[in-house]
Design a protein around this ligand. Structure first.
Ligand SMILES: NC(=O)c1ccc[n+]([C@@H]2O[C@H](COP(=O)([O-])OP(=O)(O)OC[C@H]3O[C@@H](n4cnc5c(N)ncnc54)[C@H](O)[C@@H]3O)[C@@H](O)[C@H]2O)c1
Length: 335
């Protein structure tokens, strides 16, 4: 679905992290709905390099971009020469900045701050030089265990990932004061949907439970999963927020969620209904007690007011739309 009138003819759009989950969905949004726009995807893709938590350093995957016909650049946002090349040889009208260490469990603080914060500053400078409006990915992780509903101004990050995203927001506030471009940070809550499979173990629990069920396994939930609530948001609503953030009424940081908290038990129950299964759930002790978000629910009043954002997907709707893709990925990649 198209979210703005402008057909974006001859506009040049940079999507960093475009081979990842959210970035690739943005790339296809423009290709399908604004075919006259020039879309440039920048991503370092995966190299196989792992970090100390055993996960990949970057999750970008070419399969997320099969069918995408715009320009693709393989490069690292930490590479100053690459950014200079972008500054000199392109003229961007919009930058969607999704590239990041997106794994919330990464422990390398140096790499996290360098990639998520310092490289973002260089991209902000590029945006200012080009007069490009900036839309960047912040995160609900900035709130840590802050009480629900989470509201901008009540941040309490619990890990270096959340801290890095909050630092991006603080940096943006300074740029907003003295630049003429618009700058919008979107604090995504828990996103699920197409193209998340290559995030491996960091993909949403919607996909992971879906694949447990398709493998004929009893879904494994933490004890009291009916009381662990999160604001789960479908990728299509994330795209809506990004597109509406291209011309905001006001620059700033906005929550992107559904404003509804749903349980992990709900996910499994909805999936079982859609997949026509009835496996018994197994409940295991939660090893993360103490460092775990038990209730998230986005306050989206300002997002509605200043971006015109209105979530369109209840979890039932999102999973119903996504389930075919969960099966396809299982058949083609897992089995
Ligand atoms: N998915 C969620 O639930 C969620 C929630 C809150 C915030 N976010 C944020 O949204 C953005 C997109 O997340 P995602 O879920 O699509 O994750 P993702 O890991 O699929 O996408 C991030 C992309 O950035 C690329 N990348 C990483 N380091 C890079 C570098 N140095 N140079 C160039 N590219 C690099 C990766 O290869 C990957 O393709 C991230 O900034 C993430 O922190 C995501």
């Amino acid at each position: 679905m198209r979210y703005i009138e402008d057909d974006l003819e001859n506009k040049t759009i940079l999507i960093t992290g475009g081979a990842g989950f959210i970035g690739s969905n943005l790339a296809f949004y423009f290709q399908n709905n604004h075919p006259k726009a020039n879309v440039v995807v920048l991503d370092c893709f995966r190299s196989g390099e792992k970090l100390s938590n055993g996960n990949l350093k970057s999750f970008g995957h070419f399969k997320n971009l099969i069918g995408f016909t715009g320009e693709i650049i393989s490069g690292d946002i930490n590479d100053k020469d690459l950014l200079l090349n972008l500054e000199v040889n392109y003229k961007f009208d919009y930058i969607f900045h999704e590239a990041a260490i997106s794994d919330t469990t990464v422990l390398e603080q140096d790499l996290m701050i360098k990639t998520n914060v310092n490289a973002y500053k260089d991209l902000l400078d590029l945006a200012v030089k080009h007069g490009a409006n900036m839309v960047y990915a912040s995160s609900a992780a900035t709130y840590g265990n802050a009480e629900s509903p989470q509201r901008v101004g009540r941040e309490a990050p619990q890990n270096v990932y959340g801290f890095s995203k909050l630092s991006m927001d603080n940096l943006s506030a300074n740029y907003i004061k003295d630049s003429s471009i618009s700058i919008v940070g979107l604090r995504y809550f828990n996103v699920y949907g197409k193209n998340e499979y290559f995030k491996n173990s960091t993909a949403s629990m919607v996909l992971q439970f879906g694949h447990q069920l398709l493998a004929g396994k009893n879904p494994k939930l933490f004890e009291n999963s009916d009381k662990i609530l999160r604001d789960f948001i479908y990728i299509e609503d994330i795209i809506q927020a990004n597109i509406k953030a291209m011309k905001p009424k006001k620059s700033g940081v906005y929550n992107v969620g559904t404003a509804k908290a749903r349980s992990f038990q709900d996910i499994v129950d909805i999936l079982q209904k859609e997949l026509h299964t009835s496996f018994e759930c197994e409940y295991i002790p939660n090893p993360f007690i103490g460092s775990y978000q038990f209730h998230t629910e986005a306050d989206i009043e300002t997002t509605k007011e200043f971006l015109g954002y209105e979530p369109a997907y209840e979890m039932e709707d999102g999973i119903r739309e996504y389930v075919k893709e969960i099966v396809r990925i299982y058949e083609e990649e897992v089995k």
